[in-house]
Every structure is written in C-alpha cells, then in structure tokens.
Ligand binder design. Structure first.
Ligand code: FES
Length: 131
C-alpha cells in the first residue's frame, strides 16, 4: 500500500487508542464499503472536548485516520470539532491512496456520531432538570 510516512507513523504509534469508560458521548460507525467498524469516545467539559479516544476494528488507514482525528479534536469546542472533515485528516496525513478514502470518512462519521450522542444526552439532562 502506498502510504505516506505520516500514515505509517500513526499506524505504528496510534495516538489516543482505547476506550473512555465514562464517556459523555460515543459513536459507533461501520463502513458500507468494507464492513470495518470504528468507535469514538469523547469526554466534554464546558463545551470543550477534553479527551477523545478511539477503537478501530479495521484497516491500517482507519487506524491512522482515527488517530489523527483524535489529535485534531482534542481541546476544541464542540462547534469547532463539528467542522472537522475527512479532508482535514487527509491533509495532516499528506494524502491517502484513493481506495482508502472511505477509511477517513469513517473517522469523520464516528466523530459526528459521538457528538450527536453527546448532544442527545445534554438534551435529556436538560429535560430532566425541567429546563
Ligand atoms: Fe475499511 Fe479502511 S478498508 S476502513
């Protein structure tokens, strides 16, 4: 596979891999292209994503893209994190082979799904508190 040095770096040494037990939001997405699965966990305080971790049951590019994604997301507000796309991830990696583009889409969808889960939980809390 024709990967950049940066992809191999994240592949060999993935950042923020694992699970957040008491996550404020989590998202699980599967790729319709290959069937690989990715989970993203976020921990949020005062609207800032303080911690983010991923578990990927997928290919090397999926691991590298989720690893980069967690680096991009950490410390961002929810609104800024929502703006991150797979193109941002690919730019950091210096490109991906065309057959691996969908892997980066998986990372973006995983993040969006985790944020949606977080927002849903916020709404529920608000309702419970009567406001
Ligand atoms: Fe499916 Fe990469 S080949 S996520």
């Amino acid at each position: 596979m024709d990967y950049t040095e940066k992809v191999y770096d994240h592949l060999k040494n993935p950042r923020n891999m694992g699970k957040i037990e008491d996550a404020d939001g989590e998202g699980t997405v599967g790729s319709p292209v290959c069937g690989d699965v990715m989970k993203i966990y976020i921990k949020v305080k005062d609207n800032i994503i303080e911690d983010v971790k991923f578990e990927t049951f997928g290919c090397g590019a999926a691991i590298a893209t989720s690893s980069v994604l967690t680096e991009l997301v950490k410390g961002k507000t929810i609104e800024d994190a929502e703006k991150i796309t797979n193109k941002d991830v690919i730019a950091v990696l210096g490109g991906l082979p065309p057959v691996k583009m969908h892997c980066s889409v998986l990372a973006e969808s995983g993040l969006k799904s985790a944020i949606a889960d977080y927002k849903g939980k916020q709404d529920n809390d608000r309702k419970r508190q009567g406001g």
